[in-house]
Design a binder for this molecule. Structure first.
Ligand code: ATP
Ligand code: MG
Length: 433
């Protein structure tokens, strides 16, 4: 297919021939579309919102595309803020909901990009030229994400054959995937995210481009990777995402230490991650909050235990081994994906909490239970048992009981807690406060 933004006529699908009705669109998104339209601008719903409604899913958010500039959008809405360096966008706020309004983006030639310093080794650094609807369609990532719902006549506008890919449940990249993955390597992760979420297959050309360009993810600014990673694992399809990341060898780029263990056929590390992701998906399905630090603590638990063992063999004390290994594992991971400080601390606390949970005599158990970091450490302990780590039954039951016990029972529990058959789990002992 021709991927150039030269004139080609789109397929227009009139209202009676598609399933998007205004009732599927949030009231706020409708308001934004109509306000733009009434002011004489073109206004379209685009991206995941259109795609998901066509698939019978409930969209999580709505993106609007328009020919109004961000400043013009701002003039129309009181509750509007302009954001973004890489892409300049307008956010229209309705309480906690945000409607993202993007001005049609145009197309630079590669030569122009290089000349203007917008390109570095094939990667687009900025992409902020306004354009036409047609150009806007061609610069999007996947054909199924480039369907436009026109508020003027309720038709769908399809430049990239997105409708037919949608029907065939196929993720096809717009243009040449070899170029598009190079321009923006994050598109490879988006391919995985949508494949996991929608159950779509990746077009062969996308698979091929991932094989060729996967290591380019290392050049993506770590903070952007971090954001993208949270999207990969916190959208309710984490287990499938993990499987696809492994299948396409992207785990090796994102979590090298984890991948290394898995390639040594460390069945426990795999089982542990799977269990953590199953739990995460369940929580999201139940609309419960998920703590991203917990997720990272789980992903890196295998490498952590491995690092602790190595240090222990070098005769380091258990406390020190745990502290050093935690730092090393997080440091190594942060080389690939930025791990903000506020984020590393709770991960370390979850890990350090594992040995704290073993110390239950006297007032220690009471004290630890009152700490804000207790809950995550306790949940992590349960996860370890659920994932098949042996020797944890007694301690899990003990803590579960302790939390609901009355004062009298608690006193007894902390005095007579040692069960004769209890073998403490093989875990490094730490004393971090
Ligand atoms: P969801 O919101 O369900 O996660 P989405 O498809 O709406 O999925 P967004 O990240 O909200 O994804 O992006 C909105 C739209 O912007 C996409 O559908 C796509 O058309 C375009 N887009 C986003 N990121 C890129 C990118 N890296 N390259 C090209 N187009 C992109
Ligand atoms: Mg979206």
């Amino acid at each position: 297919m021709d991927n150039k933004a030269t004139s080609s006529s789109p397929r227009i699908i009139p209202r009676p021939e598609h399933t998007i009705s205004r009732a599927n669109i949030s009231e706020q998104a409708r308001k934004v579309l109509y306000r733009l339209h009434d002011a004489g601008y073109a206004a379209f719903l685009v991206g995941g919102g259109v795609r998901d409604i066509l698939l019978g899913l409930r969209p999580k958010d709505f993106d609007v595309a328009t020919n109004a500039t961000p400043e013009q959008v701002k003039d129309l809405f009181r509750n509007c803020r302009l954001i973004g360096r890489r892409f300049r966008l307008a956010h229209v706020f309705f309480g906690r909901d945000i409607i993202e309004v993007a001005t049609f983006r145009g197309h630079h030639s590669q030569a122009e990009h290089v000349e203007d310093g917008l390109m570095h080794e094939g990667m687009l650094l900025r992409d902020n030229v306004y354009g036409t609807l047609e150009e806007d369609a061609w610069r999007r990532d996947f054909s199924v994400n480039a369907l436009y719902y026109n508020i003027a006549d309720f038709s769908l506008v399809d430049y990239t054959d997105g409708m037919s890919d949608l029907q065939q449940q196929r993720l096809r990249m717009i243009g040449d995937p070899m170029v598009r993955c190079q321009e923006d390597p994050v598109r490879m992760l988006r391919a995985i995210r949508f494949a996991a979420k929608l159950g779509f297959s990746l077009d062969d050309s996308v698979v091929h481009a991932i094989e060729q360009h996967r290591t380019r993810l290392q050049a993506v600014p770590p903070a952007r990777l971090f954001d993208e990673l949270l999207k990969l694992f916190l959208k309710g399809h984490a287990l499938r995402t993990y499987e696809l990341l492994r299948q396409y060898n992207l785990l090796a780029v994102l979590f090298p230490a984890v991948d290394h263990l898995l390639k040594q056929a460390d069945a426990f590390a795999d089982q542990f991650i799977r269990q953590a992701l199953i739990n995460t998906d369940q929580r999201i399905a139940q609309e419960k909050p998920v703590n991203p630090a917990f997720l990272f603590a789980a992903m890196l638990w295998g490498p952590l235990l491995h690092a602790v063992n190595v240090l222990r063999q070098q005769k380091m004390s258990p406390i020190q081994a745990m502290q050093v290994a935690s730092g090393d594992v997080l440091e190594e991971q942060a080389q690939v994906i930025a791990l903000p400080k506020r984020f590393r601390l709770p991960i370390r606390e979850i890990w350090a909490g594992q040995s704290r949970l073993e110390k239950r005599q006297g007032r220690r158990a009471h004290w630890f239970m009152e700490q804000p970091r207790f809950r995550a450490a306790y949940d992590f302990l349960l996860l370890r048992q659920q994932a098949g780590e042996t020797g944890l039954e007694e301690i899990c039951e003990w803590w579960t009981h302790f939390q609901t016990a009355n004062e009298h029972e608690r006193k007894q529990m902390t005095q007579t807690r040692r069960h004769p058959s209890h073998k403490p789990p093989k875990l490094p002992d730490t004393n971090e406060a």
